[in-house]
Design a protein around this ligand. Sequence first.
Ligand code: NAD
Length: 244
Amino acid sequence: MARFDDRVALVTGGASGIGKATALRIASEGGAVVIADVQDDAGAAVVAEIEASGAKAAFVHLDVTSEQGWADAVAATVQKFGGLDVLVNNAGIGDTEPLEVTTLATWDKVVAVTQTSVFLGMKAAADALKASGNGSVVNISSMYGIVGSGVSPAYHAAKGAVRLLTKTTALGWAKEGVRVNSVHPGFVDTPILGETDRDMLIAGTPMGRLGRPEEMAALIAFVASDDASFATGAEFVADGGVTA
Ligand code: NAD
């Protein structure tokens, strides 16, 4: 019996980077996976890759800032696969500038996609996760939800909020059969890094390299699975030693 046999997972931002690696990992361990993203073609390609391996997957177009979009995505998941057991709130975007030049528009956008999305997702999925009897939510925060860096005020504020939104929801649902935890990656080699100087990030990482999306996926799958069955409201850091 594989860890995600008979389990249904929804992964936001599953078309790229950490989310894509997580979708592939859960599918490789028996789960049916819904990839929810704004990137339709890339999301469909992940579904095709999973289906080619013999596992079950589907794509839903979801802008994680849309409350109606969330209701539709959860309904589509339950209709297609019969329920929802695992929610991975992974979609996120960042800002890069110092506070004094960060615009309100940037702040609002980053908070909406990176923080409000997690609130909307857990709210939309609450009934289905409780009905699972063994639900699990993994919210992807960041090491920058734990420590500051001097720039990116919206990203730090949003990721810090995800950390405590996770804890308070975990306590609220502790007797309802739904675990809620956060995962805090360090620098991981994905498109979100954009033009950032990789050598600078590597120099700032005690292990002397970037993380790989597959390494984050392995941790996320552990936290989502029954292997972490007594963990709730916990934060799991994988950052090559940055916050040690
Ligand atoms: P990525 O850019 O490769 O993937 C992000 C995904 O989110 C993309 O598929 C994108 O289309 C999707 N997305 C963006 N806005 C969306 C929206 N409004 N609705 C739905 N989907 C949307 O980046 P990644 O590195 O894989 O990031 C995944 C998560 O990991 C993010 O929350 C990010 O903040 C977090 N994280 C990443 C790093 C890193 O160094 N890569 C470090 C710490 C935390």
